[in-house]
Every structure is written in structure tokens, then in C-alpha cells.
Write a protein of this length. Sequence first.
Length: 161
Amino acid sequence: MNQVFLQLGSNLGDREQSLIDAINLISERIGAVVSKSKVYESAPWRVDGQESYLNQIVKVETDFTATLTLDCALEIEQILGRVRLEKWGERLIDIDIIFFNDDIIETSDLCIPHKHMHERNFVLEPLNEIAPAYIHPKYQKTISELLRESKDAEKVEEYAV
């Protein structure tokens, strides 16, 4: 069984419902959601003029490969209405693979661990909540260490659902 950490984000429409719908579809189409963080709110990362994001991390157990997991995540985004118009553009839902087991995958289509996750508190905060001792396979540091060392000055707050 593969262990996958997925980051969910939404800053358009009913953001809370988008996260709920994504988790339900992940359970149906990818695998069992065995753990999930609280929901956090943050400003868009390195982008101005957008609404705040709601973010959440889920841990999933799946029989799928990393590539099939990505394909299913992209399909779920499409089902929930995501349209990709611009890089880092606003979105109804975003699903990123943060970790897939302890694998390091670097292809044109897939980069695991997510190449920016250690620079983003909106990923590190919820990930630290559910997996503080998880060791980043490339940097050999725990999530709590990466969060402590993060230079990201953006504020991430627990969202009152």
C-alpha cells in the first residue's frame, strides 16, 4: 500500500465545499483518506490580487502508482470545475502530490516531493499537524524542522469551519 500526502487548495467559489468534495472524490477514486489536517487560510503565494486560499493536507493509502495518482487528481480537479488558464491562477480546486512514500521522482510531468513544498508555509503548517516527524526524502529533515527553518513570511491561520 502506498502512502500519499496530497495538498488541497481553493480560492474561488465555495472554498470549504470544494475541499469537502475533493476529499470525497479522493476517497472514491484514489484510496482511503487515513488522516487529514484542519483547514488553514492563507494569502496567495507570490501572487497579488487574488482571494485568500483555504488549504488542507490529506494522507491517503492507495494501490495506485504515483503517475496514476496524478492522473486521478487531475481528473478530480476537472470534475470539480477547475480550468487551467494561467500558472498560479485562481482556482476552484488544486490537488498537488506532496509526497509519495519516500520516492523521489523528477520527470517533465511529475516532481515528488513537490519541489516548492519546503518553501510554503501553507503546505508545511497543515503537514506539520498530521506528520511532524515525516522525513523529507531529499533534504533528510522532518516536516517540523522544515517549518522552523522556513523563510516564508506569509501568514497561515487555522480556518474556523
